[in-house]
Ligand binder design. Structure first.
Ligand SMILES: C[S@@+](CC[C@H](N)C(=O)[O-])C[C@H]1O[C@@H](n2cnc3c(N)ncnc32)[C@H](O)[C@@H]1O
Length: 250
């Protein structure tokens, strides 16, 4: 783990978290989760700016949505939610290559939201919608068994011990993911941080409703359907390994 690694948000941002409290203010409601994301300032290019404007708003759905399937012309298609899609390259590629699957991406980072909406519009993708905000809030509103797949690629690693509570993969947060997944549904995550990879496998293997598709204690071989992500590329360039984990809800 290189101290210079640019994919390390703990190092690239001197003010890593919106709050260190487990009860942080999120908009107008008092929210009970420690945020799993951090403040980031990324340059917003013209496309990203455009993608946040009024003519692109039909690509977005409210975080209070309780039925994501009805956002699509073909609601019967399998539904994937991607949490923290970053700049959206992976999500766009997956939506393009799987037109018979619907995708909802949720992200807090505005440049990524804008750029992804702009690209969805340019490519006229009918099977993709975006939501701005904290995925945990969305999951809390969804009915049981609503989703076929939840994907979480290269989540913020929160390397410092005092920040482990912010890691998305925790028993408490996974309870929400498990609830929202249908029986037989898939949770797929990947990381380039070795400590987080072993943390994840310990947490996920211990959750009774989840079955490790690769067998207990095993990471999954990198699946062909997962495109290389921006943060994955950075990690590889810094000499990191990559660990995929795929679980089925029993
Ligand atoms: C390290 S980046 C990875 C981005 C992308 N998946 C990739 O691999 O290039 C993690 C992203 O997850 C987002 N994120 C973290 N927690 C989130 C949450 N609770 N809800 C929505 N987005 C979240 C962050 O804003 C950030 O853009």
């Amino acid at each position: 783990m290189s101290p210079q690694n640019p994919s390390d948000p703990n190092q690239s941002n001197p003010d890593p978290a919106p709050s260190d409290s487990d009860q942080s203010e999120q908009g107008s409601v008092f929210y009970r989760w420690a945020p799993t994301f951090m403040r980031r300032s990324t340059h917003m290019n013209t496309s990203a700016k455009l993608g946040l404007t009024e003519p692109y708003q039909h690509w977005y759905a409210p975080i209070t949505s309780t039925n994501l399937r009805e956002l699509f012309a073909e609601p019967e298609h399998p539904l994937t939610v991607e949490i923290g899609f970053g700049m959206g390259h992976t999500l766009i590629q997956m939506a393009q290559s799987e037109p018979t699957r619907n995708f909802v991406g949720i992200e807090v980072h505005e440049p990524g939201l804008g750029l992804t909406a702009f690209e969805a519009d340019r490519l006229k993708l009918t099977n993709l919608r975006l939501i701005k905000g904290d995925a945990l809030k969305l999951l809390e509103n969804l009915p049981e068994g609503h989703l076929d797949t939840v994907q979480l690629y290269f989540p913020d690693p929160w390397q410092k011990k005092r920040h482990y509570k912010r890691r998305f993969v925790s028993p408490e947060r996974m309870e929400l993911v498990i609830y929202a997944l249908k029986t037989g549904g898939i949770f797929h995550t990947a990381t380039d941080w070795e400590h987080y990879a072993f943390w994840m496998i310990e947490v996920l293997d211990s959750l009774a409703p989840l079955q490790n598709v690769a067998g207990s204690g095993n990471f999954h071989p990198r699946p062909d359907f997962r495109p290389l992500t921006k943060f994955e590329k950075r990690g590889i360039n810094s000499g990191h390994g990559v660990w995929d984990l795929i679980y089925r809800k029993l």
